[in-house]
Design a protein around this ligand. Sequence first.
Ligand SMILES: [Zn+2]
Length: 264
Amino acid sequence: MPGHRRPGQRADKPSIAKLKYPPSEACPSCGRPRVACLCDRVEPLSHRLAVVILEHPQETHKWMNSAALAGRLFADCTVRVGLSWRNLEAATGRPWKPSEWAVLVLRGEGADAGPEGGTADAPVTLRSRGGKEAEDAGQLRGIIALDGNWQQAKTLWWRNPWLTKCRTIELHPDLASQRAQVKKSGLSTVEAVGFCLAHLENAPELLRATLAAYRRFVVEPARAAWKRKGDDSKTGSGDSTQAATVTVPPASRRRDRSSNDLPP
Ligand SMILES: [Zn+2]
């Protein structure tokens, strides 16, 4: 989930969220830093819905990025790094209809947030393309998460207009992210996916296992690296990047941008 930059916070201020490792230190298999390698260490979790994560290229080699973990933790999860894909099938690798996919979004953040973006909502709200809620999740086959900070997720949204033909899932998390970001409602990508799957599939153990894996494989190694860097006392915990979802633009602005972009 995208967080906001705090007022007055400079874009170039050091932050654990921006901490990167050199590509030469990445495990050639999982892409994570060798000291936090995921290979043969992550037990995949079973779930019903397919998961596709579209990762903004600038998120690679970040200590706090959780997309690689999600790709190993969820048994049916594909991580795609890039800015745009021709259509839904090109992005997901599956010939499913847009109505069978839902994009994770966060209601209540960003300029597009509607007045209804409160915390009293259900943890997970599925909406049809037209924005109608209380949809049955039974016909849903997959979820799509956008991995990047708020601006990057926004970019992914606009550069892939076929996303607007999918359904949306609004998350109203009732937990604080372990990445201690500014907005309480913001979650890392792996947390957002785990939260969503746990609620849609009525499987609370999915979320518990996700949070434990995120702490062990991402948060703790990242904090250790940050400590080694010796900058931790200067920045507080203003982790405002590393997002899973983007606030959905109003339907009026999304309309007509997606024609001809979907397979028949
Ligand atoms: Zn590895």
